[in-house]
Design a protein around this ligand. Structure first.
Ligand code: DX5
Ligand code: ZN
Length: 221
């Protein structure tokens, strides 16, 4: 199993002081920056784009940036994010016409590609592109907003995804996104996740470092 990764979702950060807040959460022990991109089309909300990703790099953020595209179509924005300094770029398979091509384009642009599955989306396509993904992201809420409750059926789906990944023999991260808190992250880890997105649980807490430390403890126990 890969080393656990905590990826705070900056969707819940202070957008008016995004550079500072991102630096603060990284200094508090976060591993990655989870960057939620919403287009008011694929999801009913609008957030931040490649210029903001580039601005974070210029500000001095060197940690991996985990770009979660909730956009349709995918390819043009994925290319812009590769130029803007993204590390991982994940997209929802139903949001692009040619999943294999979109994954390959992200790889060719020098980034690590991944697929995101909504709560009711089957993992079926994975079997055809497992050799092309570096990350599988399971949504444990319906995408579009921070602060929603964890959907319990995601636990069984994590076990299913874990089995597929292990059978592939490849080093693929299994990430969970939505409603992750200190009090449920232990069972989420036990179900097979190794990478944990948390937005409101971290940014709405007073002490980021203490929250992240508690999360790591719960993952390890
Ligand atoms: C939802 C986003 C999530 C969200 C998580 O569409 O993909 O990354 O910000 O927020 P919390 O941890 O508050 O559920
Ligand atoms: Zn996300």
């Amino acid at each position: 199993r890969q080393t656990p990764v905590i990826a705070p979702s900056i969707l819940s950060a202070d957008f008016a002081r995004l550079g500072e807040d991102t630096a603060k959460v990284l200094a508090a022990g976060a591993d990655w920056v989870h960057f939620d991109v919403m287009d008011n089309h694929y999801v009913p909300n609008l957030t931040i784009g490649p210029m903001v990703c580039e601005a974070l790099r210029k500000y001095g953020v060197t940690a991996p940036i985990d770009v979660h595209l909730m956009v349709e179509p995918v390819d043009a924005l994925a290319a812009s994010f590769a130029k803007a300094g993204a590390t991982y770029i994940t997209f929802h398979p139903e949001a692009t016409r040619h999943v294999d091509r979109s994954l390959q384009a992200i790889r060719d642009a020098g980034c690590k590609p991944g697929l995101v599955f909504n709560p009711a989306t089957p993992l079926e396509v994975l079997k055809y592109v497992i050799d092309k993904v570096d990350l599988v992201l399971l949504m444990s809420v319906n995408p579009g907003f921070g602060g929603q409750s964890f959907i319990p059926s995601a636990l069984a789906k994590l076990r299913e995804a874990r089995a597929i990944i292990d059978a592939s023999g490849r080093e693929i991260r299994l990430e969970i996104d939505g409603g992750v808190k200190v009090d449920n992250i232990g069972e989420i880890a036990a179900a097979g996740a190794d990478s944990f997105v948390a937005g409101s649980a971290i940014f709405n807490s007073k002490d980021y470092a203490a929250t992240i430390a508690k999360m790591r403890e719960a993952i390890a126990s």
